[in-house]
Design a protein around this ligand. Sequence first.
Ligand SMILES: [Zn+2]
Ligand SMILES: [Zn+2]
Length: 284
Amino acid sequence: MRVEVLGSGGATTTPRPGCTCRVCEEARAKGAPYVRTGPSVFVHGPNVLFDTPEESKLQLDRARIGDIAACFYSHWHPDHTMGRRVWETRNGDFRGWPREAKRQHFTDIYLPQQVAVDFRAYLGGMEHLEFMQQRGWIRIHELRDGETVLIGDVEIRPFRLAEDYVYAFELVGRDRRLLLAMDELNGWVPPAEVCGADLAVLPMGICEYDPFNGERRLHRDHPVLQYEATFVETLEIVDRLEAKRVVLSHVEEVDELGYDDLLRLPGALGRELTFAYDGLVVEV
Ligand SMILES: [Zn+2]
Ligand SMILES: [Zn+2]
């Protein structure tokens, strides 16, 4: 398996429209890898996509992704789903006629149990997917909790995090194991069976403190601390996971950490970590 981070940003991407902070201005001036688009990961081998942020179609094109065997959605949040029209852009045949001569091209879309429930409740998610299914661009598969999906020779197992509307994924190939969590590690204690993976890709969490000098960056009573994992909490999860390699992604613009800062940070912390950037490729 080869893991490619298509988008390393979070709910706030870099540059953020209208923002003139150092990190956004640097991204405008230098482009990739200083620019961070929304959260999405592609796993080459099984050729599976995880989540479709607004920039999804641009990401897939930029990375020259050809075959997509399937797409899994981790949860309903807009930063992970609002690029779902990519299935229309990518698969639709708007020229072929008569109808029977139209190119048939669809993508299998997998929704874990609660994600399907939430797509019916929020943002018109299921309505939009059903519209695309009717036109033949996608096939929707709803999964029950505990179900796994075999794509090529890789078994994909979605499982709920502590924030139990959100799923992480375990991908098991011949002799390799990948743990992929797109977001929302708040309160999660990794169960034994997911520990010791060859690679774990995780969201880095929000920076309550400046990770270089420890200064508080968020008010201690800020409500976001109740429902988001912090960077410090994420490092505790990393310690428990004992993965052979760790990539941290979902980097929020509001944390004002640039590409160069995140290159320096593992050394400053004395840790073996890789911070993701758009286009990062890791072999598993
Ligand atoms: Zn997110
Ligand atoms: Zn900014």
